[in-house]
Ligand binder design. Structure first.
Ligand code: SF4
Length: 212
């Protein structure tokens, strides 16, 4: 059923059942059919169109509906009870899962390390900055990077960034490290190449130092 019509119906009847429930939707559709049978006089299409428009322009979502302009305000139970915005009732959204990472901006002689992600899962097949699970303190980050055989030399900066996907939040400590060796486990590209030739996902692009 159209979301606009569903909203109007739940407000008209103060229907506090969860509209994410298929059985509830079916029941509201049956009520609507009954109304059509009694009042539409063969003009079901027009009545549906009118309800859709009412929902889109007057009985609006996300905030107060414009009840003073509504032709149904004399019949509407939610309006009578001043509870218009209590309807429709939706299932509470699951909170996003939070994942923490340390993202490494490894810079060596004007080049930066990137690598390709696996072929499955989030951002599959795209380029990324090297990263490890969990947020590391400065010395631990330096030690981790050294283990990649890149002779991590100094930390230039550590910045905190958050990227939000639909169901997940990435909380990232972005550690910019100068190193002395370009190990072949990574692909090393210049900053210009990175910007011009590689579609680094936003989740990683926001980790880059603003000056590059
Ligand atoms: S009176 Fe208000 S809440 Fe009721 S149907 Fe009209 S706009 Fe929606």
């Amino acid at each position: 059923m159209d979301g606009n019509v569903l909203r109007v119906m739940t407000r008209l009847f103060c229907d506090g059942r969860c509209t994410d429930d298929t059985a509830v939707k079916r029941d509201i559709r049956d009520t609507l059919r009954e109304l059509y049978r009694k009042y539409a006089d063969g003009q079901c299409g027009q009545l549906t169109q009118a309800l859709m428009e009412l929902g889109a322009t007057v009985c609006v979502p996300n905030g107060e509906p414009h009840c003073e302009e509504c032709p149904l305000n004399g019949l509407c139970r939610a309006h009578k009870e001043h509870s218009e915005t209590d309807f429709p009732v939706r299932k509470a959204k699951k909170p996003r899962r939070i994942e923490e990472y340390t993202v490494y901006i490894l810079e060596c002689g004007g080049s930066v390390a990137i690598r390709k992600r696996g072929e499955h899962g989030l951002l599959a097949g795209l380029f990324e900055l090297p990263h490890l699970d969990g947020k590391r303190e400065a010395q631990a980050a330096l030690d981790d990077a050294s283990a990649w055989n890149i002779q991590a030399n100094e930390i230039v900066s550590i910045r905190q960034r958050v990227h939000i996907f639909t169901h997940i939040e990435w909380h990232m400590a972005c550690v910019h490290i100068r190193c002395l060796r370009c190990d072949s486990r990574f692909q090393w590209v210049t900053w210009d190449q990175l910007h011009a030739e590689y579609a680094l996902p936003t989740a990683f692009r926001i980790c880059l130092p603003p000056e590059v």
